[in-house]
Design a protein around this ligand. Structure first.
Ligand SMILES: [Zn+2]
Length: 254
């Protein structure tokens, strides 16, 4: 049995039996993990209120060879996700960000880039960053870090530089120059603002994008649609939390 400890971001908690919980977390140094938190549902649990989605905690856990499920030792809060869970939209966005990590992060491998991406995104949200901007930033960067959606600088088909216009490939596998796009039957034109956003996120952090006046809504909608298609093509399915978020926000809209 190995004892490990370190920083982690909590992604999901699932009730197990009457007293326990399963906690899915992204550890900074060992990637994605699933752990059993014994008696976490008991009234005076040692975990207290620490096991919340997107909480940043210092965790200790025990691993046994050949077992996927680890056993949680202690959890100590480093940063509470508090304000993010104060309203319905915040809860839905939290689940959406967390599911990206559950789907894209690997188990037992250091995931420093994904960890830092989620960590800085949550930090920016708690500091008041626009939620839609934060979600677009994280979804595009998750795809980029997974090697499926590079910054749009070059047409992957002919190799020519991409200018102010591109086409989304029919199969969702990236952005083509207008002539390759037309030749391949693409019919979704991507304009300059969305391309500029996808190029800017490479250099500017989320906080800087927000400080510089944010990004207008129509650009964010366009980026969301591109990321959705690319992600779907790569995963072969949609993220569960994305559908839930879309339906719920539509139903509660005034
Ligand atoms: Zn081309």
């Amino acid at each position: 049995m190995k004892r490990r400890s370190g920083e982690a971001l909590l992604l999901q908690t699932i009730d197990l039996h009457e007293r326990d919980r399963i906690v899915v977390f992204l550890s900074r140094d060992w990637g994605l993990k699933r752990g059993a938190a014994r008696s976490a549902r008991a009234r005076f649990s040692r975990f207290g209120g620490e096991l919340q989605q997107l909480a940043k905690v210092h965790l200790s856990w025990f691993e046994k060879d050949g077992r996927d499920l680890v056993r949680l030792g202690d959890a100590e809060m480093i940063r509470s996700p508090g304000a993010l869970h104060a309203d319905l939209e915040g809860i839905l966005v939290s689940s959406y960000l967390a599911e990206h990590m559950q789907v894209f992060a690997q188990e037992d491998e250091p995931e420093n880039h994904l960890y830092r991406l989620l960590d800085t995104t949550v930090q920016a949200l708690l500091a008041g960053c626009d939620r839609s901007l934060a979600a677009r930033y994280l979804e595009c960067w998750t795809l980029r870090l997974s090697g499926v959606f590079p910054a749009p600088r070059q047409c992957p088909s002919c190799g020519n530089a991409l200018g102010d216009e591109a086409m989304l490939a029919v199969d969702g596998e990236g952005l083509l120059c207008p002539s390759c796009g037309a030749g391949a039957g693409a019919n979704r034109r991507i304009g300059e603002p969305a391309l500029a956003f996808l190029r800017r996120i490479g250099g500017a952090g989320l906080a800087r994008l927000q400080e510089n006046g944010g990004v207008d809504e129509s650009t964010l909608k366009s980026v969301e649609a591109i990321a959705r298609e690319v992600r779907r093509a790569f995963l072969g399915k949609e993220l569960r939390s994305y559908g839930v978020m879309q339906r719920t926000l539509r139903d509660v809209a005034p």
